[in-house]
Design a binder for this molecule. Structure first.
Ligand code: ZN
Length: 246
């Protein structure tokens, strides 16, 4: 069964800045969607659509949601954040990219500030594959070099990832955990650092390969058996405990 991906984008910089529009004329979401379109069924959604394009019907159809936001995190309605979170806990995959580290949904799912250091100096980034056997690293070399990147530096205030797939080194000297895997409820989450809007990062073939690998890994819809609440015993036991309060 084909994986349904919804690519979400704030879609403000591209409409307000000529520099960004030159790199992403149809919006960052269309460039990301294009990287995924050969392998998955892809739709897009943006902030200024009703319900930010993330209606219950759209999310019900979505196996993996990708998230790019930067300047307007506060404009995302709390009700939609909770709706997305419910779907993640229920098994929808979530790929959070770059400045999405400060999105309401990522902070809500992590439970920490998700703060970090940053600098815009068009410096080189080397993303080292530190977990080469992970599916998200399929087909990659030892590292990916991004010639011009915004620096993100530690401390990145996140919970310890289940698996760390990439560690970035920056020309200016900092390091950063750039590819972080989590599970929340039945859902998988991957944070992937590259993607500043004034550099053509999402046009780079290796980065597009990571996005495809990540979507494949995030689609965990084939699971799971989960039972919650009061349960009858599987084995014969004495259930006459009269201290129980109902
Ligand atoms: Zn940025």
């Amino acid at each position: 069964m084909t994986t349904h991906v919804t690519v979400w984008n704030e879609y403000r910089h591209e409409r307000e800045s000529d520099v960004v529009a030159d790199i992403y004329p149809d919006g960052i979401h269309e460039t990301i969607a294009d990287a995924l379109a050969d392998d998955f069924t892809v739709g897009t959604a943006t902030l200024d659509e009703p319900e930010h394009g993330l209606t219950e019907d759209v999310l019900e159809e979505t196996d993996v949601l990708t998230w790019w936001g930067h300047a307007a995190h506060d404009e995302v309605e709390d009700e939609i954040v909770e709706r997305v979170r419910d779907h993640v806990l229920d098994g929808m995959g979530l790929l959070v990219m770059h400045s999405g580290h400060y999105s309401k949904i990522f902070k809500r799912l992590m439970g920490t500030t998700c703060s970090l250091k940053w600098r815009e100096a068009a410096e080189t980034e080397r993303l080292w594959v530190v977990e080469p056997s992970h599916p998200i690293a399929d087909g990659l070399e030892e590292y990916i070099e991004v010639p011009e990147a915004e620096m993100y530096g530690e401390r990145f205030d996140i919970p310890r990832p289940d698996t760390l797939v990439f560690t970035s080194w920056f020309e200016g000297g900092e390091v950063f955990r750039s590819g972080c895997c989590y599970t929340r409820g039945a859902g998988r989450i991957f944070y992937f650092r590259p993607g500043h809007e004034t550099y053509p990062v999402y046009h780079q073939p290796e980065i597009r390969q990571v996005l495809r690998n990540a979507v494949e890994w995030l689609d965990s819809s084939s699971q799971t058996h989960r039972t919650f609440g009061n349960s009858d015993p599987i084995e014969e036991i004495d259930t006459s405990d009269d201290r129980t309060v109902h």
